[in-house]
Write a protein that binds this ligand. Structure first.
Ligand code: ATP
Ligand code: MG
Length: 305
């Protein structure tokens, strides 16, 4: 179901100008999936998610032990797009010591005193770790584009303001940063959880009416929804300009949470496995140390009998 071919259709080729309304938010109408009943599809997706979760646990252990690569997962979506649930379900088998999640909100005054990438660079995953950015520096070419007044708070020199060249320079900065990171051993995977406007409405209605979900509703949810088309245009611009060979974007159909979670888990697991990692070997000195330790423990066993 989530074959390499299907996964490849979700990857945005470098240099491709995408149109989001031409990309499915469900995936269930494509390929062999359209022949299967939704109930069957959902069960199958959950089985695949489970397999990937187990493989990811092993892959993460190797990543940690080999201490050479790190993985940065970037999650972007419109509100209620399912970022939190995706993180919870995909990463639930991973050792918490090897994974950190960072959620980014509006920058604080101290962050605004620095250049816009500063706050993200400080928390990039170190070798052996998986870092998840729940929203990221991409907000600075998304929400910043939809609400250009946010730029006023960034204290930029007057000549650097939001014209087309300005946004293109930000895309270039991001591409250059990511290329530098990848060249130095970071794997970068970027996911846009693509929901339809109708599905967002359903999820907001659930937030508003379910007493256990009301706490999630925020005043900004409806305000930002009114700018839906501007956000779609900003996402199209950013994804098209920053999906690169070294750090590709995946547009994940996210109207069904079970499809989105399984697709993300499959891509992350495959990316770590493709590094072909193995547990570090031991040198002669370590082998001698192991022998002495074994002898000491065996001798202890004999004397205590
Ligand atoms: P949910 O999907 O559940 O609504 P969320 O990720 O939207 O979760 P919130 O606390 O609702 O979390 O909102 C975070 C807000 O912070 C978003 O509206 C986002 O646009 C904003 N934000 C994040 N980074 C920046 C930034 N660099 N500049 C301005 N606003 C930002
Ligand atoms: Mg929100």
């Amino acid at each position: 179901m989530f074959t390499r071919d299907v996964i490849n259709t979700l990857k945005v080729p470098a240099g491709r100008q995408i149109r989001l309304n031409a990309i499915s938010t469900t995936l269930t109408e494509t390929g062999e999936m359209k022949k299967l009943k939704k109930r069957v599809l959902k069960r199958r997706a959950q089985e695949i998610l489970e397999i990937n979760r187990r493989e990811l646990t092993k892959a993460q252990e190797l990543l940690w032990a080999s201490d050479c690569y790190s993985v940065l997962i970037i999650l972007q979506a419109m509100d209620a797009g399912g970022k939190d649930g995706t993180i919870e379900h995909v990463m639930s088998g991973v050792n918490p010591q090897g994974c950190r999640v960072w959620s980014f909100r509006e920058p604080c005054p101290q962050e605004l005193d620095h250049t816009y990438l500063w706050r993200y660079v400080q928390v990039l995953p170190e070798r052996g770790m998986i870092g998840i950015f729940n929203r990221s520096y991409y907000e600075d070419v998304l929400v910043g584009r939809v609400h250009p007044e946010l730029l006023d708070r960034q204290k930029l020199p007057p000549r650097l303001r939001g014209d087309e060249a300005f946004w293109n320079q930000r895309y270039e900065d991001i591409n250059a940063l990511e290329r530098y990171l990848v060249r130095n051993g970071m794997v970068i995977l970027k996911f846009f959880l693509h929901i339809s406007k109708e599905e967002q409405k359903e999820r907001f209605l659930e937030r508003l009416t379910d007493p256990e979900k009301q706490w999630k509703f925020s005043a900004s949810d409806l305000r930002e929804r009114r700018s839906w088309d501007a956000y779609m245009a900003a996402y199209e611009g950013a994804i098209s300009a920053t999906s690169t060979e070294w750090a590709p974007w995946y547009v994940i159909p996210a109207d069904h949470k079970w499809i989105a979670r399984t697709a993300v888990a499959t891509i992350v697991t495959a990316a770590i496995k493709s590094l072909d990692l193995s547990f570090p070997g031991v040198d002669e000195e370590k082998k001698a140390l192991i022998m002495r330790a074994l002898q000491e423990l065996e001798a202890e066993g004999k004397s205590s009998c």
